[in-house]
Design a protein around this ligand. Sequence first.
Ligand code: KIV
Ligand code: ZN
Length: 531
Amino acid sequence: MRETTNAAKSTDHKGGKDNADRVIIFDTTLRDGEQSPGASMTLPEKLKIAELLDEMGIDIIEAGFPIASNGDFECVHEIAKRAKNSVVCGLARAHFKDIDRAGEALKPARAGRIHTFISTSPVHMKYKLRMEPEAVLEAVTASVERARKYTDDVEWSAEDATRTEHDFLCRCVEAAIKAGAGTINIPDTVGYTVPEEYFNLIKMLHERVPGADKVIFSTHCHNDLGMAVANSLAGVRAGARQVECTVNGIGERAGNAAMEEVVMAINTRNDVLPYWTGIDTTKIMRASKLVSSITAFPVQYNKAIVGKNAFAHESGIHQDGMLKHTQTYEIMRPESIGLTESSLVMGKLSGRAAFGAKLKELGYELDDASFQDAFRRFKDLADKKKHIYDEDIVALVDDHFQDPEQGVKVLSLTVIAGTSGPQKATLTLEIDGRHETREATGSGPVDAVFNAIKAIVPHDARLALYQVSAVTEGTDAQAEVLVRLEEENFTSMGRSADIDTLVASARAYVSALNRLINRRKKAKPEIAAAL
Ligand code: KIV
Ligand code: ZN
């Protein structure tokens, strides 16, 4: 890894804006976001997300936790090789073996950061670390110094900072700064703080810690009380200049501060939040959809900025106002986040060039093989469905991005349903190249399909969610199916869309099953438990 300057200090003076007001956006979708129950991603999926984050102006991409598994190491290493603009970051506990592994993973980075952390709250030190405060303090210095052997760009985090005694937090932050950390992160690990309190905490650290003016303070707020974004912005008002966040706010438990909310709040309310970021906001919608489809985590309909209803006006009074002037009820333009009018696109006569142009307009860049596959499936869909909308194309392409590492695939399905039961499914799966067919009955056609899958691939996972929604209007709409499976410590999500609800159901179930199998193979429980 080449020596790098701290990203915060290297920000440029853009369009007359003052660098002192620049807020660095540190995206941890691929690390903290992946810690959402069921949100595990494969390497190609993570690369796809990282590529978009890099393109849209994310300053720092936290790509993983290299010591956690070979998969995480490989992911950080590969993103480090590929990122063109963003600093790539690897997480490490305060252990030398973690830090060395992160340093190794980041070697090819144009600009790499090691992010090392240790808990500082009484409850974490006593029960989780079983360490005395003085030993924690020593570990702070030792870990930061070790990380500085690999890069100039070191971030140190006080895990559970918001429940840490102030005097001790000040001592730890001072030690980290003295040892060479350029960024000091103050996580609200358990989503416990409130804006006023978090503001005062960041302000207190600025005022009391020697050397605080030489480093960048960072926020990292979890959303357990629904205040992650408000707390992060309070931190910025108190002087923090880095916000750690995730696309769609995914993350442990209730998630992290949502990147799109932080960025759009700063853009929209610049009168009271006079800061700026380097994010190309027109790519926000694309990032939201990509993360949602890859993780199979649906975005709640009324989610701020990227929810399906965020720009929809249903009531007569609102619609009337909107028709007279958009600013009556709209505080942001939908185009500013890359939301375009849903349009009727193409039919079965549309050719490759038109399809390619549409993909580009929707923000997709596919390699040749993926393009050919998407085009073939578009033609299949156009044979069955008269009107094809942008949403249909998005569902079709996103299906392709779903677990490319499929060990199990749905080859064919026939279902007998109706009033005269029992409902019966005949299913053929391909498992690592081998074909297997089974018949199964069930209480309804969906149950019959899932029973057929279980007959071919026996497993104990429990079906925790089965959800169907229509991608567009009309009785010929594609059905989008979400499936969540739970098994001991693992949860996995699967998503698929098809004109046939039962085919989409089978594919979504199999996708969740593939993820469960992959996750089982990769897991290193002792590391997961340490987080
Ligand atoms: O929430 C947290 O404290 C974290 C740390 C590892 C930064 O994610
Ligand atoms: Zn976190």
